[in-house]
Design a protein around this ligand. Structure first.
Ligand code: SF4
Length: 91
């Protein structure tokens, strides 16, 4: 049982928005910056993908329940696709 004052993970949140997720968020930003420019999705594409993730029933506190990826990191790879069938992300 959780303590009454403990933050409750938000299923519809990204890792960067989960209470106490600052360290993970910083790590994901670091990983994203390490993706070579030619393989990194631009900001507009990342935002469009993550808007879809936020409304998706498979999102669980920043992780996709279908593939186990941190969605912010997966969405940062231009060649990655949403693992759902059919995929939910915009092309
Ligand atoms: S199934 Fe697709 S849209 Fe849903 S959380 Fe996973 S990556 Fe995001």
């Amino acid at each position: 049982m959780t303590a009454p004052d403990a933050p409750v993970p938000c299923p519809r949140c990204l890792s960067s928005e989960v209470p106490g997720g600052e360290a993970l968020s910083a790590l994901l930003r670091q990983w994203t910056e390490a993706i070579p420019d030619e393989r990194r999705a631009d900001g507009a594409l990342r935002r469009a993908r993550l808007d879809v993730c936020r409304a998706c029933p498979h999102l669980s506190a920043g992780t996709c329940a279908l593939c186990g990826c941190y969605v912010e990191y997966r969405a940062a790879h231009a060649a990655q696709r949403c693992p759902d069938a059919p995929g939910r992300w915009p092309a």
